[in-house]
Design a binder for this molecule. Structure first.
Ligand SMILES: CC(C)(COP(=O)(O)OP(=O)(O)OC[C@H]1O[C@@H](n2cnc3c(N)ncnc32)[C@H](O)[C@@H]1OP(=O)(O)O)[C@@H](O)C(=O)NCCC(=O)NCCS
Length: 146
């Protein structure tokens, strides 16, 4: 089984949204299509897909803010999980960041998805004592400030 990682192309968009949905990563307040258009192919962000025999089996949104790297939508197709593809997709994201001089990756895990903590720990990630704070800058339902 050979997996090839490459940046997302237009023809992959529907398959990637299906993958994220199958992996339980899509939330009603996050439009995945909008997220893809915003992140793909930029100097500081991209979406990588892992292809096996023409099918999208894994993907990750990767980027940096000029200081730290970050990943979102880390996903492996349910029928392909447990075969090392999760490790491979994270290696692809880390490679993307290292190629741009980024030396540390921070990632967020939703509280209800604590079961993936073991996955990241097996890849060398550690829980750091940080408080994550956020504020919406734009009203997601329309125009203008939140
Ligand atoms: C998390 C996810 C990407 C892992 O992909 P995967 O292909 O199953 O993972 P791998 O087979 O590459 O596993 C890599 C290592 O992590 C370990 N691992 C995987 N899932 C684990 C878990 N839930 N708990 C503990 N360890 C786990 C594996 O045993 C393996 O360890 P090893 O290499 O030392 O044997 C995949 O399960 C997934 O897409 N989940 C749904 C989406 C999701 O929750 N994404 C993360 C959002 S923060």
């Amino acid at each position: 089984m050979t997996v090839i990682f490459r940046p997302l192309e237009d023809r992959d968009i529907d398959a990637v949204i299906d993958l994220w949905t199958a992996c339980g990563l899509v939330r009603p307040w996050n439009d995945p299509y909008k997220d893809i258009l915003f992140a793909r192919g930029e100097a500081c962000s991209d979406i990588l897909v892992g292809e096996i025999e023409g099918c999208i089996a894994a993907s990750v949104m990767v980027g940096h803010d000029g200081h730290r790297g970050v990943v979102y939508y880390v996903s492996v197709a349910p029928e392909q999980q447990g075969k090392g593809l999760g490790r491979d997709v994270m290696a692809a994201a880390e490679g993307w960041l290292k190629a741009r001089g980024v030396w540390k990756l921070n990632l967020l895990v939703r509280a209800e998805n604590d079961k993936v903590r073991g996955f990241y720990e097996s890849l060398g990630y550690e829980v750091e004592p940080r408080l994550c704070m956020a504020r919406k800058l734009v009203d997601p339902a329309g125009e203008g400030d939140a």
